[in-house]
Ligand binder design. Structure first.
Ligand code: FAD
Ligand code: NAI
Length: 475
């Protein structure tokens, strides 16, 4: 006998579990199916983000940052320690415990909101009436029928052609988050978000880290001035980043990994490392969905094709998050999940792609919203720019971290904020003010006239807004 639901959500990552909760809040009878298991075989909802993405990576970034501070910066504060040592297995165990708290938290939220959770792999099957049902293959087999189906099956790490992940020497994000001891030498391919975050973790813990990047420019999606400032810091820290490389043969037959590549000058190079992380982007995941059998349309990248409202080509089937177009970010997936649940309930769901913030949680952190200076130039938009360095911010001095700046880009005529770009301490938190401002179509003058607490890092935001009109007060 099939079980009937108003809404069936496939995948309990940030896109899926949030869609399920919002639909339940709106009075729908909701099922959510997720395949992820703990090593003990129990459910581990939360998707990539909770299990092998956002949350565990930030846990390791925090631990490794504490370690580096204890080693390098405590003495500046007059704190004397003995020898500072790192117990990597304890750090990994702490990270695992945080992941488990998040898994359990989502199961609790499902109960609280009366979402029925199924642990298993969901696939579309053709029903006798010509429609489709959802089969769940888990401990027990179930067949579910839903008026509306939301696909939120996420993404997987992209492997280099001919070099599958073995998660021992050739690691995806999954393996990179559970290395048992600090490798002496770590190589990473791809100086994108994962390459920089994971490279930072293991460098701070003492690995000699080399990141090989195919593109000639560093972080080309980031405002050039900000990317340059960040690169300067990474160079100083000893995070070796080589741009414009072409990866050749990768030999894993020895004790470690031997990597042949040509550098930007076209010279043949060999890099030997104990482990290699491949972080060259992610591919949408529709594995096991049986999408073809029901005619669910995919694009050439394997992403589910959706319209602006996240509707697929099949009636009553929606898709959100990493499995569709747009940035592969947890908060984008969540916003789409909420919007789809609200549309299903007859409301007006809304996602503003122009104000989705990006954050790279390195040290210094990098954060931005809106268009970069190079994009504005390419779009032929007349703009004014203003920036303020953390060097001139009292709170940053007290923190002992004066790296970086806040930069505003505003329309030359109307003064509307077009982009805000930051590199420096805690900018992951500071960027929210810029997101709110842009969502409300604020001008740089609006921010410049708002009272900001002193001493706070957020004063750098106000000062950068003042700088647009060339009237910074503290620089
Ligand atoms: P996912 O989180 O991938 O969830 C999909 C779920 O669907 C999974 O649980 C999967 O098991 C399940 N599933 C798949 N197929 C089926 C099926 N057929 N049946 C049942 N279940 C199925 N983003 C940020 O915004 N901030 C960050 O700091 C950040 N850090 C990251 C760090 C790393 C190392 C990585 C890899 C990613 C990071 N991301 C970050 C990206 C973020 O994790 C993703 O954008 C986000 O998880 C996408 O959410 P989703 O719900 O679309 O998919
Ligand atoms: P990415 O797209 O951020 O970076 C991939 C990098 O690899 C690019 O710089 C690209 O030029 C390079 N590259 C691609 N092919 C290559 C090749 N053959 N040789 C050398 N270099 C090559 O992808 P990444 O780092 O894998 O992360 C995937 C996604 O996960 C991110 O785009 C982001 O959406 C999400 N993520 C978000 C985080 C955050 O919000 N803080 C943290 C980590 C991941």
């Amino acid at each position: 006998m099939s079980k009937q639901f108003d809404v069936i959500v496939i995948g309990a990552g940030p896109g899926g579990y949030i869609a399920a909760i919002r639909a339940a809040q709106l009075g729908k009878n909701v099922a959510c199916i997720d395949a992820w298991s703990t090593t003990a075989g129990t459910p581990a909802p939360g998707g990539t983000c909770t299990n092998v993405g956002c949350i565990p990576s930030k846990a390791l970034l925090q631990s490794s940052e504490h370690f580096e501070h204890a080693k390098l910066h405590f003495a500046d504060h007059g704190i004397r320690t003995g020898e500072v040592a790192m117990d990597v297995s304890k750090m990994i165990a702490r990270k695992d415990a945080i992941v488990k708290q998040n898994n359990d938290g989502i199961l609790y939220l499902f109960k609280k909101n009366k979402v029925t959770f199924f642990h298993g792999t969901a696939s579309f099957v053709k029903a006798v009436d010509g429609g489709y049902e959802i089969k769940v293959a888990g401990k027990a087999e179930e067949t579910l029928v839903g008026a509306q189906i939301v696909v939120a099956t996420g993404s997987n790490a992209r492997a280099l052609p001919g070099l599958p992940f073995d998660e021992d020497k050739v690691l995806s994000n999954d393996g990179a988050l559970r290395v048992g001891a600090t490798p002496k030498k770590l190589a990473l391919i791809g100086a994108g978000v994962i390459g920089l975050e994971m490279g930072s973790v293991w460098r701070r813990l003492g690995a000699e880290v080399t990141v090989l990047e195919g593109a000639p420019a560093f972080l080309s999606a980031v405002d050039e001035q900000i990317a340059k400032e960040a690169k300067k810091s990474f160079d100083k820290q000893g995070l070796k980043i080589e741009l414009g490389v072409k990866i050749g043969n990768v030999d894993t037959s020895g004790a470690g990994v031997k990597l042949e590549y040509t550098n930007a000058k076209g010279e043949a190079q060999v890099l030997e490392a104990d482990k290699l992380v491949v972080s060259i982007g992610r591919v949408p995941n529709t594995n096991g969905l049986n999408a073809e059998a029901v005619g669910l349309q995919l694009d050439e990248r394997g992403a589910i094709v959706v319209d602006g409202d996240c509707k697929t080509n099949l009636p009553g089937v929606w898709a959100v998050g990493d499995v569709v177009r747009g940035p592969m970010l947890a908060h984008k997936a969540e916003e789409e999940g909420v919007a789809v649940a609200e549309r299903i309930a007859g409301q007006h769901g809304h996602v503003n792609f122009a104000t989705i913030p990006w954050v790279i949680y390195t040290s210094p952190e990098i954060a931005w919203v809106g268009r970069t200076e190079q994009q504005l130039k390419a779009d032929g938009v007349k703009y004014k720019a203003g920036s303020f360095p953390f060097l001139a911010n009292g709170r940053a001095r007290a923190l002992g971290d004066t790296t970086g700046m806040v930069k505003f880009l505003a329309d030359a005529e109307t003064d509307e904020i077009l982009g805000v770009h930051m590199v420096g301490p805690m900018v992951s938190e500071l960027i929210s003010e810029a997101v709110v401002a842009m969502e409300f179509k604020a001008s740089s003058e609006d921010i410049a006239r708002i009272c900001h607490a002193h001493p706070s890092l957020s004063e750098a935001t106000k000062e950068a807004a003042l700088a647009v009109d060339k009237r910074t007060l503290n620089f």
